[in-house]
Design a protein around this ligand. Structure first.
Ligand code: B12
Ligand code: SF4
Ligand code: SF4
Length: 381
């Protein structure tokens, strides 16, 4: 039988998966308990689709595929080039978003794998596949199959590829021989906890979703809370800090998928260009890229925050264009950014906005920004 498992693994690697491991399809009861506790303690707030009902489904493979017996857990590394150089008019995007949209790339490979399974198994087989696109607990399958272990930053860590990878699975209704979970932990290391700028990670292997920059830049659709904006640095899509500092990633091997290599300029995008982008340019630039998830308005909002944190006076004029011409969400974040940068020009633009603006929420942000300039930069207003 081990021959069959080896054939599956070899075939999966031949079509682009970097690591493969197998577990059974019994429920992930401890993971279900941990996820329910996370929801009940408010740490998954902000993700309205992450419900108790979904947690039940994602930890019970037999609900996802009737007769489910096994899960093939697959690792696809996206580690490739080093980031481009940066400066105070550029932002940062998380590594996983530098290339093509992983859903499309990996879904195609999963389909090829499923088509090959009847040949290898010499029997009919029913399958269901997942790549971060449905109610399946990707990390739980990876942990139990031994594809990796759980880090305090909650990412799955793998001895060869670090944590720079996407997870996907095939659930199938045929019994296979399982691999074993790894007996590894982070020990006394707390680097990711210390490095996380918003304090989103705690010592119990938990993330507070609403504090995570990944959530704030990608999933959150409205206003970014004012107290978190200064902590977000120049991240405009996702965040890699807790992975960059992780010692397991120091010697991580690059992946084999050329689809995830960096598209020009994606690691450190030009923030002023983002502010000036129209919908047509956004759609063209981010076609088949994970970045399209944040939509043009989300990316512009994030660029305002990054420019406010970078404090380059060359951003004042473009931010004023946003303050005058865009919708209220963007006006609010541009006002905040002008307040952070400060200086005579920024304050004058904010004062003009006080005269012309009608929306109460925007006016509040403008007043706060002027107050911030008064307190911190001694600019006479
Ligand atoms: C919701 C979600 C998010 C949310 C919440 C993140 C979170 N920590 O839960 C946000 C938007 C913040 C997010 C961010 C990111 N995400 Co995300 N996300 C998901 C998603 C859809 C569900 C994860 C989930 O169920 N979370 C809920 C909590 C309860 O689960 P958990 O923290 O993973 O904890 C599990 C285990 O740790 C275990 N457990 C809990 N407590 C304890 C304690 C101990 C001691 C142990 C041993 C185990 C354990 O039980 C839990 C449930 O199984 C999955 C895809 C999927 N369908 O599974 C991708 C997924 C987890 N994300 C992924 C990625 C790449 C990211 C980012 C790195 C992207 C980026 N660069 O910005 C960041 C990383 C942030 C971080 N440090 O986690 C990858 C992770 C790959 C990996 N190596 O682990 C996944 C698997 C997508 C994929 N298919 O590749 N994500
Ligand atoms: S992704 Fe960034 S904000 Fe989120 S937990 Fe990691 S370091 Fe903190
Ligand atoms: S930085 Fe340290 S504590 Fe955090 S996941 Fe990596 S090994 Fe674990």
């Amino acid at each position: 039988m081990a021959d069959i498992e080896n054939q599956i693994k070899e075939f999966a690697k031949s079509i682009g998966f970097d690591e493969v491991a197998i577990t059974d399809a019994s429920p992930f009861l401890n993971d279900e308990k941990a996820a329910l506790e996370r929801i009940r303690s408010g740490k998954m707030d902000g993700l309205s689709w992450y419900t108790e009902e979904r947690v039940k489904k994602m930890n019970h493979p037999e609900i996802l595929l009737p007769g489910a017996k096994s899960i093939i857990s697959l690792l696809t590394s996206y580690l490739g080039d080093e980031p481009d150089s940066t400066n105070s008019l550029k932002g940062k995007m998380a590594r996983y978003s530098w290339g093509d949209d992983y859903h499309n790339v990996i879904k195609k490979r999963l389909k090829i794998l499923c088509e090959k399974l009847p040949d290898i198994l010499n029997t009919e087989v029913n399958t269901r596949t997942f790549v971060d696109d449905g109610p399946m607990n990707d990390r739980a399958a990876a942990r139990r199959s031994g594809l990796g272990w759980v880090g305090k930053n909650t990412n799955i860590l793998n001895g060869k590829y670090g944590s720079w990878f996407f997870l996907s699975q095939v659930i199938l209704d045929v019994d296979l021989t399982n691999d074993s979970p790894l007996n590894k932990t982070c020990g006394s290391c707390v680097r990711c906890i210390d490095a996380c700028p918003t304090g989103a990670i705690n010592d119990s292997y938990e993330i507070d979703n609403q504090k995570c920059i990944s959530y704030l830049t990608i999933e959150l659709k409205g206003n970014i809370p004012v107290d978190l904006r200064p902590l977000m640095g120049d991240w405009v899509f996702g965040c890699d800090i807790c992975q960059d500092v992780c010692p397991v990633n120091r010697k991580a091997q690059k992946g084999s998928s050329i689809e995830f290599r960096q598209r020009p300029g994606f690691s450190t995008p030009d923030l002023i260009q983002i502010l000036e982008m129209d919908q047509a340019e956004f759609s063209k630039t981010y076609k088949n890229s994970p970045v399209k998830r944040t939509k043009l308005i989300g990316l512009k909002r994030n660029a305002c925050v990054a420019l406010g944190n970078n404090k380059n006076p060359d951003a004042v004029q473009p931010l004023n264009e946003i303050l005058m011409n865009e919708n209220n969400l963007l006006k609010s974040h541009a006002a905040w950014a002008l307040g952070q940068i400060g200086g005579i020009d920024a304050v004058n633009y904010l004062k003009q906005a006080l005269e012309n603006e009608k929306d109460e929420d925007v006016l509040l942000e403008v007043n706060l920004a002027i107050g911030f300039c008064e307190e911190n930069q001694n600019v006479s207003v």
